[in-house]
Structures are given as structure tokens and as C-alpha cells.
Design a protein around this ligand. Structure first.
Ligand code: HEM
Length: 200
């Protein structure tokens, strides 16, 4: 018999996993969505720069995150990373995810699927949810100077809410993938003796 796992609801529900008890996915107001979209028009002009600043700062403030990256874990001098083509490419991938997120703010089902799949991917990258919150903090630090006087306390709250939303769903995806992998391992270890028998 296969491993029994209950399906995941995508939005606004506490998750069934023990580690996710009481973790609900927050929602954004229409006003916050509009503010984010407006500010993104300015931020997108500088996405490569923001991507690099964000990750160099992430590695400075939380060096344990650097160890998760096969490409960067052995780089001691973080200044070298500022000109690294690999970090630029990685930063751009993350910023392009944020761009897709902003584009899907009015299509919650598509946004949830995107973040859920990203969380599953992060299980495979060995990047656990306890680190995800740091990325939003560094994103906000990096974009504030770009938006200058357009940056307001309300806009900061809106971006924080978006990162909280996305990272909560990534977290669901991560644990869902962890359960799937565990079940696959269990199932294949149950199947193995039968397979051996058929070969005999
Ligand atoms: C808000 C939080 C985060 C977002 C939005 C994010 C986004 C992304 C995106 C878009 C990719 C590109 C690959 C893909 O689409 O699957 C990626 C890859 C990756 N991320 Fe994240 N990430 C986040 C947090 C983290 C953290 C905190 C770590 C490490 C502790 C991490 C480690 C990785 C690794 C190792 C890869 C694969 C790198 C590669 O093979 O190039 N991520 N991430």
C-alpha cells in the first residue's frame, strides 16, 4: 500500500503538518497590491544590482546560507562575489521570480502554484524554510535606496506582507516535497523484497 498523505490546500488555511501548526497564509489588501505593482516599475530598472546586493548581504549577515550554495560556499572574500557572473545570474533568477510574483498578484491560484513549486525545489536544494525570512529583509534593504522618497512605511509593510505570503507557501511546498520523498523511500523499500523474489 502507498504512503497516505493528505493533499495541501493552497491558500489561507493552516497547514496539516505538525511543524506548520498555526501557520496561516496571510493575505494582502488591494491597496498593498497596487503599491507593490507601482514600486516594482522603479525596482525593475535595477534588478541585476538588487539581486547581487541582496545575496551578498544575505551571506554577510547569515553565512550559514552561503554554505547551502555549492557555487559560493568556498568563497571567503564576499567582495569577490559582487563581480561574480554566477551570483549575478542567480540574483537575476530570484528577481525574475519576484517579477512573476508581482505579475500574478491578481491571480492567487497561479501565484500559489509558483511559490509551492519553488518551495519543493528548495527541498531538493537543501535550503530549509528557517532561512527564507532573511531574503525579504535583504530585498527591502536593497530596494529602499532605489525608491528614495517613494519609500514609505506602508510600502514597507506591503512588501513584508508579500514576502511573508510567498515564504509561507514555499514552506508548504518544502514540507510537501519532504513528505513525498520520505514516502517514496518507504514505498521503494517495501517493494524491493518483491522485486528480488521475481528475479529468483
Ligand atoms: C524568499 C526566499 C527565496 C526565494 C524567492 C528564492 C528563489 C529562488 C529561485 C527563483 C531560484 C532559481 C531556481 C528555481 O526556480 O528553482 C532559487 C534557487 C536556489 N535557492 Fe533560493 N530563494 C529563496 C531563499 C533561499 C535561501 C534562504 C537559500 C539558502 C539558504 C536558497 C538557496 C537556493 C539554492 C541553493 C538554489 C539553487 C541554486 C542553483 O542551483 O543555481 N534560497 N531560489
Amino acid at each position: 500500500m502507498g504512503c497516505a498523505i493528505s493533499g495541501l490546500g493552497l491558500v489561507a488555511k493552516p497547514v496539516g503538518d505538525a511543524r506548520d501548526e498555526d501557520v496561516a497564509v496571510p493575505s494582502l489588501s488591494q491597496e498593498q497590491i497596487d503599491m507593490i505593482k507601482e514600486s516594482w516599475k522603479v525596482i525593475q530598472e535595477d534588478i541585476a544590482k538588487v539581486g547581487i546586493i541582496m545575496f551578498v548581504r544575505l551571506f554577510e549577515t547569515h553565512p550559514e546560507c552561503k554554505d547551502v550554495f555549492f557555487l559560493f560556499r568556498d568563497v571567503e572574500d564576499l567582495e569577490r562575489l559582487r563581480t561574480s557572473r554566477e551570483l549575478r545570474a542567480h540574483g537575476l533568477r530570484v528577481m525574475s521570480f519576484i517579477e512573476k510574483t508581482v505579475a500574478r498578484l491578481d491571480q492567487p491560484e497561479r501565484l500559489d502554484q509558483l511559490a509551492l513549486d519553488l518551495g519543493k525545489g528548495h527541498y531538493r536544494y537543501n535550503a530549509p524554510p528557517k532561512y527564507y525570512g532573511y531574503v525579504g529583509v535583504e530585498f527591502i534593504r536593497a530596494v529602499q535606496p532605489i525608491l528614495k522618497e517613494k519609500w514609505t512605511a506602508e510600502l514597507e509593510e506591503a512588501w513584508k506582507a508579500l514576502f511573508l505570503y510567498v515564504t509561507r507557501i514555499m514552506r508548504k511546498g518544502y514540507f510537501e516535497e519532504e513528505r513525498n520523498q520520505r514516502c517514496n523511500t518507504l514505498d521503494s523499500s517495501r517493494e524491493r523484497p518483491d522485486k528480488r523474489n521475481t528475479r529468483l
